[in-house]
Design a protein around this ligand. Structure first.
Ligand code: SF4
Length: 424
């Protein structure tokens, strides 16, 4: 039996995924006792790696990566490989490697875990400890001797109830993912490609169990991860199942005890506009502690909404904001500017909608489009912001009604589109 250790790079943008991976390892009796470290920066990673190599035959270093994190990664990984040339297996997973396994392997990784990584990582570690390598394992990709990308078979969608959402044993906690998968497959979003279009929900009993566990350790504030909070319990993810929503919220609040709080429909999750109505808002007001809803609008142009496949129109956005404000909650509304093919008329429509929403008391969370692999908009360049449009966004930001990282995303999006088309 090889003495193996695992290091999971615990970078801030990936902490939720790392907590879920650590939870999955904890659920495997055969992996009890596996040493796992969670360095949060590169200096700590190097220290952890040196220490692990002193005591173990093999160290797996796992990174969860979103597309923006790929920029600048290959030279950094090359330096790490040079400094630690032996007995280290460099593994990547997460949205970007899942969507572009070949590109990620060519960036310097030994293995890529595609899609839902929990079971793949656990099985890989079991195999490595028994002295086999991971090639051939379902969910993994690797390069063969001629540099061609090879893939083990696909893995069936995971049953969330069988996976702990985080790792109490190693004290790595995060929000509880209540739903995985989304039917909408919006043109700019990776969620449906990564997790499928059929939503899978963690049962109220299991969510409540972990909410109670957090509370028993003094963590009374629960946040949830889901593509669309109000679709909880819905078999197709398109409708609202009010009894299921109520059951979940009630079960969580009961399990948490009197000091507990759940934040539902606010960051890090959001809600679709057509699901915001008096009934869903009443549930939030009754059971949840958030003072705001995060509402996905994305554009004020019907043509852009249709092109992206959003499945809702502009008026649903206005109604959602009006209802949210009427219910006494703040409305934080997501917009994505620079969608492929977005012209001046589309941008004017978005600005007109923003003015209308701000008039109703909303705040705008502004993003600029970034082309992500395995989406319909992969490789397409973002539409550049005309000076007048950028100036208007800056004016709204100065007035305190618009926030977000859109300026940095705009230049990164252009670089990503350039990188992808150059590499294609
Ligand atoms: S943007 Fe939201 S609704 Fe659209 S595919 Fe992604 S998660 Fe689903």
């Amino acid at each position: 039996m090889a003495r193996a250790a695992l290091i999971l790079y615990y970078a801030k943008p990936n902490r939720f995924s790392i907590a879920a991976l650590a939870g999955a390892l904890e659920a495997r009796p055969e992996l009890r006792g596996l040493p796992v470290d969670f360095p949060s920066d590169l200096a700590r990673l190097r220290r952890a790696l040196r220490a692990a190599l002193r005591r173990h035959d093999l160290v797996v270093v796992g990174f969860s990566l979103a597309t923006p994190q790929m920029e600048g990664l290959p030279p950094l990984l090359a330096r790490l490989r040079e400094d630690f040339p032996e007995r280290v297996l460099w593994l990547a997973g997460g949205p970007h490697p899942s969507a572009d396994p070949a590109g990620t392997l060519r960036a310097g990784f030994d293995l890529v875990a595609r899609g839902e990584g929990e079971e793949t990582l656990a099985e890989l570690l079991g195999r490595l400890r028994r002295g086999y390598d991971g090639r051939g394992l379902a969910g993994l990709s690797w390069l063969d001797a001629r540099g061609r990308c090879r893939c083990g078979g696909a893995r069936p969608p995971a049953d969330l109830d069988r996976l702990p959402p985080f790792s109490p044993g190693r004290r790595v906690f995060g929000p509880i993912e209540i739903t995985r998968g989304c039917p909408f497959a919006c043109g700019f979003c990776q969620t449906s490609a990564l997790f499928g279009r059929r939503p899978r929900h963690r049962s109220p009993e299991v969510v409540a169990h972990y909410a109670g566990l957090l509370a028993s350790r003094g963590m009374f504030d629960l946040r949830v991860v889901t593509p669309n909070a109000f679709s909880y319990g819905s078999p197709d993810g398109r409708s609202v199942d009010l009894p299921a929503l109520r059951e979940l919220l009630r079960a969580v609040r009961r399990a948490q005890g009197p000091s507990g709080r759940i934040f539902f429909g606010s960051m890090p999750s959001e809600v679709r506009p057509e699901h915001v109505n008096a009934a869903t808002l009443a549930l939030v007001r009754r059971y949840a502690a958030n003072d705001n809803l995060a509402i996905g609008a994305q554009s004020g142009s019907r043509a852009q909404l249709d092109a992206a496949g959003r499945g809702h129109g502009v008026e649903e956005i206005v109604s959602a904001v009006a209802a949210t404000r009427k219910a006494g909650l703040k409305a934080n509304v997501d917009f994505i500017f620079g969608l492929p093919g977005e012209g001046e008329a589309d941008q004017e429509r978005s600005l007109a909608l923003i003015r209308r929403l701000v008039g109703l008391g909303a705040r705008i969370h502004a993003h600029w489009f970034m082309p992500l692999p395995q989406t319909r908009y992969a490789g397409l360049p973002p539409a550049p912001p005309p000076p007048r449009f950028a100036a208007e966004l800056a004016r709204l930001a100065a007035a305190g009604v618009l926030y977000g990282q859109w300026q940095g995303q705009e230049s990164l999006g252009r670089r990503l589109a350039g990188l992808r088309s150059a590499g294609a």
